[in-house]
Write a protein that binds this ligand. Structure first.
Ligand SMILES: [Zn+2]
Length: 288
């Protein structure tokens, strides 16, 4: 249910980019211009209050999109930090997702009778999904990711699409046909993880929280000590995933670990890639 809503939101963003024939990097201001006079945008330093806000103005019958310009400090006029771009794209999600639009037009009052009723948390997650998809549209990003998921390639995509590396990595894992995952380590434990569909198909599931591998704990300790180096290591599949009935078959499978410290989030991000043939041995079929 939840996932199908997010899929719908992704589709909505993709269709918008196609309809407006937007090119890389996607310009959220171009989208706002296309919705004139129904939406107006204004930037300002909102300090730490919030990154953005979308408000319906009943008197003028239009939406006002405010964004926090504090991340743009030091950038040339008219240029925006990837965080600003994400915030604007997020607010555009509240405008373009029909249920959010309705919600805001009715003064933000929820209407529990409607089947479209959403909680605040759900709405935020949907707007985030919309934003990531808008800035990194499927039809533009997937062909690049299909060449293979490497950190170098993700850096290039992040640069060309003016998205953050983390946002790009999560999108890439979602779009990838390869077995891969992105993991966030915080406070010495796995805080979150997104696996690719191919990884799940291979029998590897998220849900592990503890760091069982000494080598991984060492990387975390180095991060805590201020190490900002990107490091590539080799690890084992069971260090990262729940394997359930495949635990015996996959116990010896190696993974490539790409460590990317993201200091601003106090998070050590790890891109994990697995060889497809290790999860799906070709001679399996003959044996069974
Ligand atoms: Zn929001």
């Amino acid at each position: 249910m939840e996932q199908s809503r997010l899929d719908q939101v992704s589709k909505l963003a993709d269709e918008l980019v196609i309809r407006l024939e937007l090119k890389t990097p996607i310009d959220p201001f171009q989208i706002i211009a296309s919705e004139k006079p129904f939406i107006r945008i204004r930037g300002g330093d909102l300090k730490n209050r919030c990154d953005g806000k979308l408000k319906y103005n009943k008197l003028q019958n239009l939406f006002l999109l405010f964004f926090n310009s504090k991340y743009d400090a030091g950038l040339p006029e008219g240029e925006h930090h990837s965080r600003t771009r994400f915030s604007i794209a997020h607010e555009l999600g509240h405008y373009f997702i029909p249920a959010h639009y309705k919600y805001l037009r009715h003064g933000g009052e929820s209407h529990p009778s409607s089947s479209e009723y959403r909680t605040k948390v759900q709405m935020e997650r949907e707007a985030d999904t919309f934003a990531a998809n808008l800035l990194l549209p499927t039809h533009l990003v997937k062909p690049i990711i299909d060449k293979g998921i490497t950190l170098k390639r993700l850096d290039e995509v992040a640069r060309d699409f003016q998205a953050s590396l983390l946002c790009t990595t999560i999108r890439a894992v979602r779009l990838s046909d390869e077995p891969c995952a992105v993991v966030g380590i915080r406070d010495g434990a796995i805080a979150w993880m997104f696996p690719s569909a191919r990884l799940i198909e291979g029998g590897c599931y998220p849900g592990k929280e503890t760091l069982d591998s000494i080598a991984v704990v060492e990387r975390w300790d180095a991060f805590v000590d201020g190490d900002n180096e990107r490091v590539e290591k080799e690890g084992m599949l069971p260090d990262w995933f729940q394997l359930f009935n495949k635990a015996d078959d996959l116990a010896e499978v190696y993974v490539a670990e790409h460590y990317v410290p993201i200091r601003i989030m106090d998070t050590l991000v790890v891109l994990i890639t697995v060889e497809d043939e290790d999860l799906f041995p070709v001679d399996d079929k003959d044996e069974e």
